[in-house]
Design a protein around this ligand. Sequence first.
Ligand code: NAP
Ligand code: ZN
Length: 349
Amino acid sequence: MTRVAALSTPSAGAPLEPTSIESRALRDDDVRIDIKFAGICHSDIHQVREEWGTAIFPMVPGHEIAGIVAEVGPGVTKHQVGDRVGVGCLVDSCGECEFCKDGEEQFCAKGSVPTYNGEGYDGEKTMGGYSQQVVVSERFALSIPEGIALDVAAPLLCAGITTYTPLKRWGAGPGAKVAVIGLGGLGHMAVKIAVAMGAEVTVLSRTLDKKDDGLALGATNYIATNDDAALKDLRSSFDIIINTVSANLQIDTYLAMLRPLGALANVGLPSDAWQVAPGSIVNGSRVLAGSNIGGIAATQEMLDFCAEHHIGATIETISADRVNEAYDRVVEGDVRYRFVIDTATIPAA
Ligand code: NAP
Ligand code: ZN
């Protein structure tokens, strides 16, 4: 066991505070990672504030982890000390069920183990990336290609894969018209990746405040969703819509923007229920789909794609003492476009 400096929340909704946690002794196939940067995903905030139901406290959030391999177990073959690696939302799965064999570890029949706010198969509570070290099986440590700096790579481990997966699945590419709802952490990655895939991209944001940024990210159109007339003009316009909004939306309004046979892939996870009129999907045989992160092989494919296209997240790096303020700013929509914690600034507790 090793004591490691971390940021933890003692109870639902309480501020994060410096603490120290134990990281396990290395198993045969484990790597110990010196964490350099950890992104702040809105899912961290949902869980710290117990917006998804009962959570496990104390909680060390963080599933957008980038760092350097510090030590390897005797059976490790994939990574070496000094390798640049990332860890996303998963740290274990059974490896044997049909989903694991298909590279869809997030759907593991035994239940995949989340990076934090979960329990490993050994019964130990998992602790996430707002910390200076983490120990994981080498199967769940991704290689961060040279050419992507660790700070801008960290958010790819969740925001990147979560948007890459539905864009690929629903056919973003040359000739496809893609809309992205919400220009936050996931949204700005969706724009960058869809543009790199060759699609024509429209941003749908609450206001025009971030229009210059959206166009600079490669979108060709930018519409404010508080402009009813502009929204009406978008009927039957898109092949794919990715909804990244962390709050409730009138989904029917957006389904009407799909061309016949088009798909709206939802990745946002507010706790409220939707109301959807059946006609919104029956007319035009439109698809209302969900999408949950992505498997390990797909995450590596996404990292390699991002390196090839020179894509990293657009970030604001913060020190550990600013993390609670950053949470409030994310909820207020005041993030350009991902906060990343410099974990060297986490004080020893
Ligand atoms: P984020 O950075 O806060 O971005 C969310 C965006 O939604 C905001 O930038 C804002 O965009 C828009 N928004 C916020 N409040 C709104 C409101 N009241 N009405 C309309 N629009 C609003 O969050 P994120 O980290 O990208 O995460 C987004 C959501 O995806 C969260 O619910 C998160 O839990 C979920 N998530 C899901 C998965 C998955 O596997 N499916 C993975 C990661 C995260 P504008 O200012 O441009 O309007
Ligand atoms: Zn996330």
